[in-house]
Write a protein that binds this ligand. Structure first.
Ligand SMILES: *Cc1c(COP(=O)(O)O)cnc(C)c1O
Length: 416
């Protein structure tokens, strides 16, 4: 093999072999609930894991498998499982590592549903999430106890747009015999490959940048395959280590959780996600360039009070972002504040091109007022802790011409 190919090439060609699918350039959408087997022995062998054949869609699907191989490769992992949503990937991963009475340490700058799952839902099952400031590595280490089972961070927090030092977090986690789980949705493997910085498990909502067109939901768990599962903290993992070696956790996630909860990803969505992935690198170049321009425009606008974007001069997260993202950029999402909630509403209502909806990572520019929508039912102290204030607007900057995005923002700001 020659040198490793660049990501622009890999997003298109990784995991695809010339002879596959009668020469088709895309995998078929295997829209079948179950697969026939020629002999009783073959089905038995497949149940035993001795063949790579398929049994039933809730377990595996050939279209999904192509996407899994591609995503594992793009993140530098050893294996992946595609699921119905990013939340399915997060839930299955965490529950495979936890039992009632356990704890884990997580940043407090988390996707909204992840926060609800960790703070409220897991609590009912006797699981404690210890929240720390996402970028405070001293607090992160101090929160680790004998009951801790993993450390959980997002590469770029949303909407704070903070960037934790993944390398330090990995060093701390590993020193305590714990894996580092990273939700890399906002960065994508174009901007950051957390496994290269020490992460053991990478999660994505493929609904966002990976599919890129707001047309498919999905999630993925990618296992780096290198964590040394120790008996002291992970006695449940040891039988899986015997069976699957480095892919013990992925096997546990799949065998115990994913297939029994029924969090199957639809092959049509996997197919759409693969088409989206072909253009991930060029889309991300444009998202990153446009977001940087938009952040600069907003920072200079007299009606804008504060802009949260790790690429801005003076951002406390710029140095870490520079290092983890190798100077490629700082993400495609920009958060900013106006005078108050009515000003935010007037701004959003006057936008003409930008879509007002609850999503991010689409090729179109999107806007939302988190306080009155996603975080509507959150108690006020929790909103404050998560930096969800009434004056905050979040933009997911798309790949349109930057002049047109800025013109729309400018005319809407004029109406505020
Ligand atoms: C959207 C999102 C999720 C959840 O993904 P779904 O596909 O909506 O379930 C998780 N993490 C982050 C960072 C997200 O942006």
């Amino acid at each position: 093999m020659g040198r490793t190919r660049r990501i622009h090439t890999e997003v298109i060609h990784a995991g695809l072999r010339p002879g596959d699918w009668q020469g088709a350039t895309l995998p078929p959408i295997h829209q079948t609930a179950a697969h026939r087997h020629a002999t009783a022995q073959n089905l038995s062998d497949t149940f035993a894991g001795r063949t790579a054949d398929h049994i039933y869609m809730r377990l595996t699907n050939p279209t999904n498998r192509v996407l899994e191989e591609k995503l594992a490769h793009l993140e530098g992992g050893k294996g992946a499982v595609y699921m119905a949503s990013g939340m399915a990937a997060i839930t299955n991963t965490c529950l495979a590592l936890l039992r009632s009475g356990d704890e884990f340490v997580c940043g407090n700058s988390l996707f909204m549903s992840t926060y609800v799952l960790f703070a409220n839902v897991f609590k009912k099952y006797g699981i404690t999430a210890r929240f720390v400031e996402s970028t405070d590595m001293t607090a992160l280490e101090a929160a680790i106890t004998d009951k801790t089972r993993f450390v959980y961070l997002e590469t770029i927090g949303n909407p704070k747009m903070d960037v934790p030092d993944l390398e330090r977090a990995a060093t701390i986690a590993h020193a305590h015999g714990l894996p580092l789980v990273v939700d890399n949705t906002l960065a994508t493997p174009y901007l950051c490959r957390p496994i290269e910085h020490g992460a053991d498990v990478v999660i994505h909502s493929t609904t966002k940048y990976l599919s890129g067109h707001g047309d498919a939901t999905g999630g993925v768990v990618i296992d780096a395959g290198a964590f040394a599962w120790n008996e002291q903290r992970f006695p449940d993992l040891l039988p899986f280590v015997e069976r699957k070696g480095g892919l013990a956790l992925l096997d546990k996630i799949w065998r115990e959780h994913h297939i029994n909860y029924g969090t199957t990803g639809a092959p049509l969505h996997a197919y759409l996600t693969m088409i989206g992935l072909d253009t991930l690198a060029v889309r991300m170049e444009r998202h990153l360039a446009n977001a940087a321009e938009v952040a600069r425009f907003l920072a200079a606008h007299p009606k804008v009070r504060r802009v949260d974007y790790p690429g801005l001069e003076g951002s406390p997260h710029r140095a870490t972002a520079e290092r983890l993202f190798a100077g490629l950029g700082y993400g495609g999402v920009v958060a900013f504040t106006l005078a108050d909630q009515p000003a935010c509403f007037r701004f959003i209502d006057h936008l003409q091109m930008v879509y007002h909806l609850a999503n991010l990572g689409d090729c179109k520019t999107l806007v939302i007022h988190p306080y009155s929508s996603q975080y509507l039912s959150f108690p006020e102290p929790v909103r404050r802790e998560l930096s969800i204030t009434p004056d905050l607007v979040r933009l997911s900057v798309g790949i349109e011409a930057k002049e047109d995005i800025i013109a729309d923002l400018e005319q809407a700001l004029a109406a505020v």
